[in-house]
Design a binder for this molecule. Structure first.
Ligand code: ATP
Length: 450
């Protein structure tokens, strides 16, 4: 894979995320759990904001998409019908020498542990085994008896919860085809080669939407969703030059898929362009499989045309964690500051995504400034996430907020008590404006919505 023109900021981000409470390694005090991560106080706000933007654009603002929150544990037959029991596998190869374990179809993305300039298998000493298929689903048991009859799986995708509820939602909401069902939820995959921070993890969140359409109209819906989803990623502030479509060629297409495009984001360094979302035309594969395995009719009855049919499905499937990583990578920058020796680190997050929307500082701890400032912070908290900070020089306080992406810093100074005005400083332009105390909430609010 060609190296990206953008620098590799992953190590710096991992350290910033830990230091500032975005993301911690799971069970760190026990040495960590492989490729599982915990979101700290700022990380949980960031990911929540991202999920809310998705939910708003996909469900709230649309008349033709309904929300759902299906359970993680599903009837085991679900995964036979979906094809996951038989086919959700990756080819695994081991190196007999270094004991490394790799995905045979992604060797070009991996490094030989003994000679990192080469990929596994290219170093003289490498001895790779023949590939064997490894199922990625986590298995456990339902109830007290650990026997095959009680085997159950942690869902490897949220989509199947939508398919099995297709008629429940359609009938309870009196929806007419074309319409969609969307949900956000956890998914689990026992990945062979997880890594790159939260890019590929074993527990992650997906935001998926299945749009049910009349056969024959599927390609026009597919094209529209393809364009809509790209526009959404750009609306998050991901730069257009770092986003591109990747079309699945015939050999890459799943056997049931009629068309598939990924939206790839350039993560920089050697990782480069990688999938963050998949848009698939799945035909009627899923509904017909569930119909066959459950013995229940899942056809839609079109009253106007007086006909029954199995709708085709256009799916949009995006990772909440992977997109969180994309906005972090996209936003991270180091820059010089005019007139200062030390530069600054900035997380240029879209204000709607920023975990803290405004920080309030008293310039000094005298003249009643802390009282005015904390009263203002309390008022702002009722509308959006707000930080209050009175420690260190004003320059240090700005730096602390810049590196976590806070778009606005509000300073109370000696003039405030006289003229009821404060200074608001904008993160990216560094522009400062004077705003009346009672206008601050509205001023910030109008600038943090997407
Ligand atoms: P990949 O080829 O990277 O394994 P995939 O094609 O298997 O991904 P899908 O099954 O289409 O991925 O899942 C849809 C989205 O879910 C992906 O675009 C990605 O954002 C997210 N996703 C999938 N697997 C993981 C994972 N292990 N960790 C984090 N996010 C994931």
């Amino acid at each position: 894979m060609a190296a990206s023109a953008h620098p590799d900021v992953m190590d710096k981000l991992v350290s910033l995320c830990k230091r500032r409470g975005f993301i911690f390694q799971s069970s760190e005090i026990y040495g960590g759990t492989g490729s599982v991560w915990d979101y700290g106080p700022l990380g949980v706000e960031l990911k929540k904001n991202l999920k809310e933007l998705w939910w708003t654009s996909m469900v709230r603002l649309r008349d033709d998409v309904e929300g759902l929150d299906a359970a993680i544990l599903m009837h085991p037959k679900t995964w036979e019908a979906s094809g996951h029991v038989a086919g959700f596998s990756d080819p695994l190869v081991d190196c007999k020498v270094c004991k490394g374990r790799f995905r045979a179809d992604k060797l070009e993305d991996a490094r030989c542990p003994q000679k990192p300039s080469r990929q596994p298998g290219q170093h003289d000493a490498c001895q790779l085994t023949e590939p064997r298929m490894f199922n990625l689903m986590f298995k456990t048991f339902m109830g007290p008896v650990e026997e095959s009859a009680s085997t159950i799986y942690l869902r490897p995708e949220t989509a199947q919860g939508i398919f099995v509820n297709f008629l429940n939602v359609q009938q309870s909401c009196r929806q007419k085809v074309p319409f969609g069902i969307a949900q956000i939820g956890k998914a689990f995959r026992n990945e062979i080669t997880p890594g790159n921070f939260i890019f590929r993890t074993r527990e992650f969140e997906q935001m998926e939407m299945q749009f049910f359409v009349e056969p024959g109209t599927d390609m026009e819906h597919f094209e529209r969703w393809k364009a809509d989803r790209m526009a959404w990623h750009q609306s998050l502030g991901l730069s257009a030059g770092r986003l591109q479509y990747h079309e699945h060629a015939t050999g890459e297409l799943a056997h049931y898929a009629r068309a598939a495009f990924d939206i790839n984001f350039d993560f920089g360094g050697t990782l480069g362009f990688q999938e963050i979302e998949g848009i698939h035309n799945r035909g009627d594969f899923d509904l017909s499989q569930h119909q066959q395995f459950s013995g229940k009719k899942l056809e839609y009855f079109d009253q106007q045309a007086n006909k029954r049919y199995l709708p085709y499905v256009i799916e949009t499937s995006v990772g909440a964690d992977r997109t969180t990583l994309a906005v972090l990578v996209n936003g991270y920058r180091e820059e010089a500051v005019a007139g200062e020796d030390e530069g600054r680190v900035v997380l240029g997050l879209h204000p709607a995504l920023a975990p803290i929307k405004a920080a309030v500082f008293p310039l000094t701890k005298k003249d009643g400034q802390p009282e005015i400032a904390s009263k203002l912070a309390d008022e702002l908290r009722r509308a959006f996430n707000t930080d209050y900070d009175e420690t260190g020089s004003i320059g240090k306080r700005y730096r602390r907020q810049d590196e976590v992406g806070t778009p606005f810093c509000v300073t109370i100074d000696s003039e405030t008590a006289n003229d009821q005005s404060v200074t608001i400083r904008e993160r990216d332009s560094l522009a400062q404006v004077r705003v009346q105390l009672d206008q601050v909430r509205g001023w910030v609010q109008s600038r943090i919505t997407a």
